[in-house]
Structures are given as structure tokens and as C-alpha cells.
Ligand binder design. Sequence first.
Ligand code: CAA
Length: 260
Amino acid sequence: MSFDNLLLERDGAVAVLAINRPKVLNALNTQTIRELREAVLELAHDASVRAVIVTGVGEKSFVAGADINELTALRAIEGQEYARRGQNVLDAIEGMGKPVIAAVNGYALGGGCELAMACTLRVAADSATFGQPEIDLGLIPGYGGTQRLTRLVGKGVALDLLLTGRRITAAEALRIGLVNRVVPSVDLMRESKQWAETLAAKAPIAVRCILESVHHGTLLPHAEGQRIEAALFGLATSTDDRREGTTAFLEKRKAQFTGQ
Ligand code: CAA
């Protein structure tokens, strides 16, 4: 599958998906959102892909937000549909059933910060910048930012960032829990690939179960979350990979998971 605004490469079990509009700092226009949806569906259904890295082309920007040129003419209903289309794609990334690492190589603003937050984990270059500046456009985040930012960093910090629109450094993003790791810019892709390969070698069904349990569980009351966890634990116990993992432990060897 070929795209105008995305680059998609596979390296063993790891796929690297890069937003490719560097002239506009990888701003997400309608076509890019459409291509992102197609790429995410393809990667979700490709069993040979066990982990995905999302990044931006160029040294300056991960994604500098939704394409502001497209926002100028939107009326209320169109704006609502515009937001829903982007939200659906980011939900699909979150629900891909395999780990998705955002390798944040520069500006992650507005829809870019929202894209990073929809990923499972985030590694930032030390030069990266985060923020939800929509307030300065007379707007609010429309790709899930008010929801995911609040869950990731808590209500107080989220409201500060959402209401001021201020930009924060990678170091502050790490301190508030918006990113998992910060690395020197030159090491970003190497570190992200290493992390992705570690995750790609785990038992895929157990990985999917953890992702589902955490994702759905955090949206539910404790007892219901635990019910989901128990059901998924039951599912994981029935897999060949569970047999292999427990047997390998007892035989003091490294497990070889097959995804069955
Ligand atoms: N949409 C469209 N074009 C954008 C863009 C965006 N989000 N961000 C940058 N660009 C374009 C600029 O217009 C410029 O194009 P020209 O060369 O044709 O003038 C080019 O990218 C380079 O940008 P700058 O010259 O502005 O670069 P800079 O280094 O001076 O500043 C920046 C970089 C701070 C990221 C600045 O470009 C900026 O503030 N961008 C907008 C960030 C923003 O507000 N994002 C939120 C968008 S709304 C949103 O995302 C809603 C949502 O939740 C879905």
C-alpha cells in the first residue's frame, strides 16, 4: 500500500509509520487522517507486525497539529464531523491490539500531542516540545486531548496546559508523566526500535490482553475492570504461549513465543 503523506516501513516484526509533510511540520490534513486510518487497519490485521513506531519525517517536528488551513472554513456540524474522524483514527491506534510507540522527534502540538497520547508509550527526543495550543486559535483540542491528557497527567496539570496553551519541554513532559522516556535526539530511533523489538518478542495474545485490560479497565469502575482482567487472564491461560512460557521457566530456558 502506498501513501502520499505517510511513509510505512517494516523491519522484522516492527513497523515504522512516519507522517510525511515536513514542509508544514507534518500537520495533519484530511488526506493524512484518511491515509492514517488505512495504514492503521493494515497494521492491525497484519499478524507479522508485533509492534509499531509512529514518528514524523524531518528533524523539527513530530506533528504540529491539525492543518490550520482546513480549520478556517469549518462550521459547527462540519467541525464536529472533523473531530470525530480524527478521534476515530486515534481510537483505532489505541485499540490496535499491539504496542504502538510514539517516537517524538520535535513539535508535538495540538493534534500531534493527541496522536502521541493515543499511542501505547512515548519516547521523546530531548529537543521535543509538547502542548495543546488550540486555546490560542479560539478552539479546543478535538482529537481526544481533553480526555487523554487528563487521564495521563491528572486534572490540575491538564487544565493548566489546556487553558494556557503553553508549550513544555521534553523534560517537563517526563516529569508530569506525559512521556515515558527522554533520550538524546540522535538516539531516538535506535532507542525506540530497541524498545519496540523487546515488546515484539513478548507473547502477542498476552500483550493484547494487557492492552485491553488496561485500556477498558481505566474507563470502568474497579470491580468491572477486575472482571475484564479475570476473563482475559482466563483467555491467556488457554494459549500455547502460556504453556511455552511456564514450561520454559521451569526448564530454565528462554521462551519462544509463536503467537498461538
Ligand atoms: N497547520 C498548517 N500549517 C502549519 C502548522 C499547522 N498546524 N504548523 C506549522 N505549519 C506551517 C507554517 O504555516 C509554515 O508554513 P510556511 O512555510 O508556508 O509559512 C511551516 O509549517 C513552518 O512553520 P513555521 O514557520 O511557523 O515554523 P516555526 O519554527 O516558526 O514555528 C511552530 C513552529 C511553533 C510549531 C508553529 O508553526 C506553530 O505554532 N504551529 C501551529 C501549532 C498549533 O497551533 N497546533 C494546533 C493546531 S489545531 C489542532 O491540532 C486541533 C486538534 O486538536 C485536532
